[in-house]
Ligand binder design. Structure first.
Ligand SMILES: [Zn+2]
Length: 497
């Protein structure tokens, strides 16, 4: 059967830029149903596109990526899906603050740019904006629906792994994979701190190094906000503190957290933003194989500047991409990719191509978050975290970046579909409890209730989570001083033009 919605695919220009990829993707259809899933379309592999290509999934694992997988045992008995589109690894969001992502953008009054992240965080306007959440941020009543809403938006826009669950609450174990906890890919390998790297003490550093060098289950990524801003508030000391060169009293001088002298724990550094880093510091990032996460939309909104991404790429630093959060950045990875393309075009940064952004969002993003042995590429043996984009064009990477929620035809995590065209629900959905959602005129299924994991709020529907967030913003069920009356500010999952 043909997908029911091709004629309804939205094709409006996004963010003011012309679309280069066609708005008329090929037909999609389920050819037959069986065990395993065989996807046909343009396949994006680490070495380039396969066109046409096939990806065959059995259970949670990719077992074939080739122009033709028909000789693979079981392939001809599998569910066969002609996607008519581009088959990519699921996107990896390398930096976010998920539980805030039901709140709309914060616009300071009067509109202004800030010097660094320490200045806006104390702004009374900002504190008022986030108050419905922060009044109870560490409780499940507020954290859980906020984080789930953020994960659902990520999923709907093709993201299968996201970083940014700073509290270990089982309610997010799990929908999309959480890079920092609950990823289902081995031990918790990442430490994340929201506190400033310029406040690291010697004892903090000792604790981190002990984790890096632990005999069992070592920490292999330490994620910090580094150089987020332009100047002021001792932001220029952040890198030297992290590298063990801060001579102030009660700060860290000694062993570097980027790498030991003998090279051990090299590659653990996970530096978010990096706007204020000097060229010498970027060279030290490169020499220690530390990673950088680029968040151009949030940086430009808050500071009017972003990291020197041209130089960062020239140095061969592994870069991930992340929109940061809905308060200042784009709402999800696809919009962030389009923002980055527009910014790079305006600034003449030729290294930021659709393919470079796709790499940041997949293969390199997996390396940044420390999970590249399991996810980030379409390769035999990898987990079947796969997104199918309906948009097509001469440049399939541009087609990915130009996709919106209506163009996302199918999202698989561990070989099970969590979002996609209704035509694929019966053959691929993770369970029978999925909800329907309108993606700007295109009906889709999205799965939340009773999905795998140990979620104590497992039976919630999309509407249940939405109601919890509406009530938080409105103040329904909370004391009089928390009657905010702001329910209409709830940020919807899909932003239609
Ligand atoms: Zn951040």
């Amino acid at each position: 059967m043909d997908g029911p919605t091709d004629a309804m695919m939205d094709g409006g220009p996004m963010d003011g830029g012309p679309l280069d990829s066609t708005t008329m993707p090929g037909d999609s259809s389920v050819v037959q149903m069986g065990d395993g899933i065989l996807l046909r379309g343009v396949v994006l592999t680490p070495t380039g596109p396969l066109d046409p290509g096939e990806v065959f999934v059995m259970g949670d694992t990719i077992v074939c990526v080739a122009a033709d997988c028909s000789a693979e045992v079981g392939a001809m008995d599998a569910t066969i899906i002609e996607t008519g589109g581009v088959i990519s690894p699921g996107l990896i969001d390398a930096h976010n603050h998920l539980p805030y992502d039901f709140l709309p953008e914060w616009v300071p009054s009067p509109p202004m740019l800030f010097d660094n992240r320490y200045t806006w965080a104390d702004d009374p306007d900002y504190e008022a904006h986030i108050e419905p959440y922060t009044a109870h941020r560490s409780t499940g009543t507020h954290y859980c629906p906020g984080a789930k809403w953020g994960e659902l938006r990520a999923l709907i826009h093709g993201t299968t792994t996201i970083m940014g669950q700073s509290l270990r609450q089982g309610c997010i174990d799990r929908l999309v994979r959480n890079a920092d906890h609950y990823h289902g890919l081995g031990h918790d390998h990442m430490r994340t701190t929201i506190s400033s790297p310029r406040d690291i003490t010697d004892s903090d550093a000792d604790s981190y190094v002990a984790d890096f060098t632990a005999a069992t289950e070592p920490v292999t990524r330490l994620a910090v906000h580094m150089g987020e801003g332009v100047s002021g508030s001792n932001i220029e000391l952040e890198f030297s503190s992290f590298a063990g060169r801060d001579t102030r009293t009660n700060r860290h001088a000694g062993i570097s957290l980027l790498a030991a002298m003998d090279g051990s724990y090299r590659g653990t550094g996970y530096l978010i933003h990096g706007v204020a880093l000097t060229d010498a510091e970027l060279m030290e990032v490169a020499s220690t194989d530390a990673k950088i996460v680029w968040s151009p939309s949030s940086n430009m909104v808050l500071y009017g500047q972003t990291a020197d991404i041209g130089r960062i790429l020239e140095l061969g630093i592994t870069v991930g991409l992340g929109p940061d959060w809905t308060l200042s950045g784009e709402d999800e990875m696809l919009s962030e990719m389009r923002f980055a393309l527009g910014w790079a075009s305006a600034e003449g940064v030729s290294a930021v191509t659709p393919e470079a952004l796709w790499r940041m969002a997949t293969v390199d993003g997996a390396e940044v978050v420390g999970l590249s042995s399991e996810i980030g590429t379409l390769e035999v043996g990898k987990r079947a975290d796969i997104t199918v984009f309906g948009r097509v064009g001469a440049d399939p990477y541009r087609a990915v970046a130009e996709s919106t929620a209506s163009d996302v035809r199918l999202v698989l995590i561990d070989g099970e579909a969590y979002y996609g065209d209704l035509a694929f629900e019966m053959s691929a959905a993770v369970n029978g409890d999925c909800d329907m959602i309108d993606a700007c005129g295109t009906p889709k299924f999205v799965c939340l209730a009773n999905t795998p994991g140990s979620d104590s709020r497992a039976s919630e529907s999309l509407e249940d989570v939405r109601t919890q967030l509406y009530n938080i913003l409105e103040g329904i069920g909370y004391p009089p001083e928390e009657q905010y009356g702001r329910g209409d500010e709830l940020l919807e999952l899909i932003d239609c033009p």
